[in-house]
Write a protein of this length. Structure first.
Length: 237
């Protein structure tokens, strides 16, 4: 399978890439800004799983030129897309009245607009296999309607709510094109972003545990779900 994971330089994305790479028949494209972390991830995968096919691509999803900067390089490694995991995200923890226009724009550019851009760029290469291409948008419980909300996270949570709604819209638009789109609203996982959002708190789940769930969902979820926004959480926060 041809798999693309954004935000792969740390946390859940890092662990997810390792789990997909354990099957040496997979081609795993990993995208993030941090070249050193991506190269480290590639070394770990190839050491642990000799023959693993993993392709690091250094790219700033919030600022980069998709058409000329990312897509040509990506297509040199894979020609079709079976799974796309839009995992990249950014978070700012700041009271609403202190948020600047730049804070809000940067958050939405990374968390929402880059997902628009990436899916649009890759759309011609989706839905080409026997099984549907599965797009998984990684949102947050903060963006899940009716969930608990927390002070300081209005930019982040509202951007993740937009990602959830985009999922529903795209599933409808892509009907008949052999593409499924689902959204996982992730709860508390012990990542750098969780620590930033909730200083002093400790999550009950580790990144590898959540990555395992996402991997299984990416492989099998399209048979059961399309256009669904699913909470994945066992605690609050």
């Amino acid at each position: 399978m041809n798999i693309i994971i954004t935000g792969a330089s740390k946390g859940i994305g890092y662990e997810l890439a390792k789990q997909f790479a354990s099957n040496v028949n997979n081609k795993v494209v990993i995208i993030a800004r941090n070249r050193l972390k991506l190269e480290q991830l590639k070394r770990e995968c190839q050491f642990q799983y000799p023959g693993a096919k993993i392709y690091p691509m250094v790219f700033d999803l919030g600022q980069g030129d998709f058409k000329h900067g990312l897509i040509p390089e990506l297509l040199s490694s894979i020609s079709t897309v079976d799974i796309l995991v839009n995992n990249a995200g950014t978070l700012i923890n700041k009271p609403f009245e202190e948020l600047t226009r730049e804070d809000i724009e940067n958050t939405y550019r990374t968390n929402v607009i880059s997902t628009f851009d990436l899916i649009k760029s890759l759309l011609p290469f989706m839905g080409k296999g026997q099984q549907p291409t599965h797009i998984i948008n990684i949102s947050s419980m903060g963006g899940f309607q009716g969930s608990s909300k927390f002070p300081g996270l209005s930019a982040y949570s509202s951007s993740k709510a937009a990602l959830a709604n985009l999922t529903e819209c795209l599933a409808e638009e892509f009907k008949g094109r052999n593409i499924s789109v689902n959204c996982l609203c992730i709860g508390a996982v012990q990542t750098e972003m969780f620590v930033q959002a909730f200083p002093g708190e400790k999550a009950s789940m580790q990144p590898a545990q959540m990555a395992n769930y996402i991997r299984e969902f990416a492989l099998n979820g399209a048979a059961y779900y399309n256009g669904k926004v699913l909470p994945v959480s066992n605690s609050t926060p």
